[in-house]
Each structure stands twice: as structure tokens, then as C-alpha cells.
Write a protein that binds this ligand. Structure first.
Ligand code: FES
Length: 145
């Protein structure tokens, strides 16, 4: 049912963890299953994503897609990161079973929410980025100002 790449990223997920004083964080929930994903971005002064980490209460497909998505945005500019769509991530994983496609949305949405957070904090606009609908982070939760 799962491709080798999905199994690999599920069993050895890359970039699990958190980043202290992240440039942007995004937390989103999946309305279908109630699973939660949080992404942390460390972005340098040239708007390049220096580091990225994720944490999730999600299923194996959510873990695998987030692992792949974080690998794909690392080293990219914030604008280039917009091209890492859930479709691109699924292709990089050689596909997901159709019932698991909604899981891959968590990664994209969480990255967008983290980019939005970064853009807001820095007063910049990222072309094509919309305010995340499903950002459920409480902004006083664990962020230091
Ligand atoms: Fe919830 Fe996959 S079943 S993210």
C-alpha cells in the first residue's frame, strides 16, 4: 500500500524536533482526522530557510509527507518554498494511497502557516501566500518575544 520512500520517511523521519526562537512557526489541524502538525522555520537575513523541524500528532502518512516536505524546503528561499506543494511532496514520495492524500495537506498547510508567521513578524509579503485558515497556534503558547 505504501511506497518504499513513504516507508523510509515514516521509519526514519528527517527533521523531527523543534527550533527555539524560530523565525516562524505554524500549527495546523486536520479537520478530517483531528491530527495536528507543527512546523518551525529558521530563516536567515537573505530569506533562505536555514533549518526546519516538525512535530506531529499525526499518522504515518503525515509523518512521511512532513519529513519529505521539510527536506524539500530546507535551503530554499521563502519564495521557492511556496513551490513545495502537497502534490510535489506526494510525487517525491512516489505517491500516497488516495485515502491518505488529506494527510499530505498538513505539511503544506503547516509550512504556509509558519511562512505567514515569519512574514507577519518581519513585515514582508510572500507572493501567493494566503493567511492560513487552519492555523490553530495560540500565539502566546511557547513563543518568546
Ligand atoms: Fe490524520 Fe493522516 S490520518 S493526518
Amino acid at each position: 500500500m505504501y511506497t518504499e520512500k513513504v516507508m523510509d520517511h515514516f521509519q526514519n523521519p528527517r527533521n523531527v524536533g523543534e527550533i527555539e526562537n524560530a523565525s516562524g512557526t505554524g500549527t495546523v489541524g486536520n479537520a478530517k482526522c483531528g491530527d495536528i502538525m507543527r512546523i518551525y522555520l529558521d530563516i536567515d537575513e537573505n530569506q533562505v530557510i536555514r533549518d526546519v523541524k516538525f512535530k506531529t500528532f499525526g499518522c504515518g502518512a503525515a509523518v512521511a509527507t512532513s519529513s519529505m516536505a521539510t527536506e524539500m524546503v530546507k535551503g530554499k528561499t521563502v519564495q521557492e518554498a511556496m513551490e513545495v506543494t502537497n502534490k510535489a511532496v506526494m510525487e517525491a514520495l512516489d505517491g500516497l494511497p488516495p485515502v491518505k492524500v488529506h494527510c499530505s495537506l498538513l505539511a503544506e498547510e503547516a509550512i504556509h502557516a509558519a511562512l505567514w508567521d515569519y512574514a507577519e513578524k518581519n513585515g514582508i509579503t510572500i507572493e501567493g501566500l494566503e493567511k492560513p485558515k487552519s492555523d490553530i497556534s495560540e500565539h502566546d503558547e511557547d513563543e518568546e518575544y
